[in-house]
Design a protein around this ligand. Structure first.
Ligand code: NAP
Ligand code: MG
Length: 402
């Protein structure tokens, strides 16, 4: 069989530890035998980040902006223990944080559904994708511990000296105060990313805040979403046969539990933090989750939602067999290959991505799976395999499908 030819290169961002090992296996077994891979390679492994003073991460982000599609392996975010372990020059920032800031993106996470791994919520038949705003709110707050009686005021001094003030509370006793903020520009690009993503996957978009209570702060979110929708997306949504639905956050939560899925749920920062963990655990596992960073101008970076699986890596280094789940990393590759195929109008690449995902799911549905899934599956005839064994089983199915 002739290999599939590409037009534009993919930006490939290599990573760390066990996922770096899986990365190599996936490329060798599932990508290179079938595609004449054109990739611009950036090594985001910690040693290379250290060697380049993290310039490699910046270069990779710029390459994604240039080419439009990247695929990223999980990477270590250094903490003091990692600085020591790798003898780092400094405690570099999270590569995902750097990429997110440079691409001004929103992260979309969706569960990968497969027979035999059943969601705890019976009526969830289709995936629910969470889009989390990743700027401001309680994550960038200012807080004061109030020691005793006194008056708390909210004060804004404009650059020209004009002062706006509002009383918060007359304290008669000890308590706490919190100040939070957000930016119209950030909310607007979050809204655009969500509308663009919903259009891309042709699913309804839900958004919710508590604007009945927070009449200025949350209302700003509601209104910016509404304006962006009316001015930029309404026609395209109608054309695609999808809807934009706004409601209160408590109503959204109640409806999520009753729906059958197949929608994108845009969440404010804190809501997204809480509800993405709820969804991923209710759907099964972080290793069965796709994750893509989408910039408002339409750049896509695909990755796995989980980390570098450090504990498995140390087992691997000690020469022991590992049974690490590569599904999320395989889907990062298939997502990037499909998107590249769509942008370059190469149906062969799109078909390959579809087959790769189908082969992965069918492998699990036939009972061949890694340990994490074997522990929770409802299938009775289970064949637990090691990391490479799973990828080879997927390759067999893939060859049949192609
Ligand atoms: P982790 O890599 O997500 O792993 C936590 C635990 O979850 C593992 O020990 C394993 O449980 C299970 N697990 C996660 N992914 C799995 C998979 N693919 N297959 C099987 N089991 C899986 O989180 P971590 O160990 O806390 O973090 C390790 C490093 O990853 C850190 O340095 C962190 O900075 C980095 N990180 C990177 C990203 C990213 O780049 N996207 C995201 C999060 C964390 P058992 O040990 O019980 O088998
Ligand atoms: Mg969280």
């Amino acid at each position: 069989m002739a290999k599939i030819q590409m037009k534009t290169p993919l930006v490939e961002l290599d990573g760390d530890e066990m996922t770096r090992i899986l990365w190599q296996m996936i490329k060798e077994e599932l990508i290179l035998p079938f595609i004449e891979l054109k990739a611009e390679y950036y090594d985001l492994g910690l040693p290379k980040r250290d060697e380049t003073d993290d310039q490699v991460t910046v270069d990779a982000a710029n390459a994604i902006r240039r080419y439009g599609v990247g695929v990223k392996c999980a990477t270590i975010t250094p903490n003091p223990a990692r600085v020591k372990e790798y003898g780092l020059k400094e405690m570099y920032k999270s590569p995902n944080g750097t990429l997110r800031a440079m691409l001004d993106g929103t992260v979309f996470r969706a569960p990968i559904l497969v027979k035999g791994i059943e969601p705890c919520v019976r009526n969830w038949k289709k995936p629910i994708t969470i889009a989390r705003h990743a700027y401001g709110d309680v994550y960038k707050n200012a807080e004061i511990r109030v020691p005793g009686p006194g008056e708390a005021r909210l004060v804004f001094t404009a650059a020209d000296g004009t002062v706006t003030e509002e009383k918060i509370f007359d304290f008669e006793d000890a308590g706490v105060i919190q100040g939070i903020y957000n930016l119209d520009s950030s909310i607007r690009s979050f809204a655009r990313s969500c509308f663009a993503y919903a259009l891309d996957v042709k699913e309804d978009l839900w958004f919710a805040t508590k604007d009945t209570i927070s009449k200025t702060y949350d209302r700003a979110f509601k209104e910016i979403f509404e304006t962006v929708y009316e001015e930029e997306y309404k026609d395209r949504f109608e054309e695609a046969g999808i809807t934009y639905f706004y409601t209160l956050i408590d109503d959204a939560v109640a409806r999520i539990m009753k729906c059958d899925g197949g929608l994108v749920w845009a969440c404010k920062n804190y809501d997204g933090d809480v509800f993405s963990d709820m969804l991923s655990s209710a759907f099964g596992s972080l290793a069965m989750m796709t994750s893509v960073l989408v910039s408002p101008d339409g750049c896509f970076e695909y990755e796995a939602a989980h980390g570098t699986v450090q504990r498995h890596y140390y087992k691997h280094l000690a020469g022991e067999s590992t049974s690490t789940n590569s599904v999320a990393t395989i889907f990062a590759w298939s997502g990037a290959i499909r998107k590249r195929g769509e942008l370059d109008e190469l149906p062969e690449m799109i078909r390959f991505a579809d087959c790769l995902e189908k082969a992965t799911l069918e492998t699990i549905e036939s009972g061949t799976m890694t340990g994490d899934l074997a522990r929770i599956t409802t299938l009775s005839d289970v064949h637990q395999v090691d990391s490479l064994g799973f990828i080879r089983a997927v390759r067999e199915k893939l060859e049949e499908l192609l």
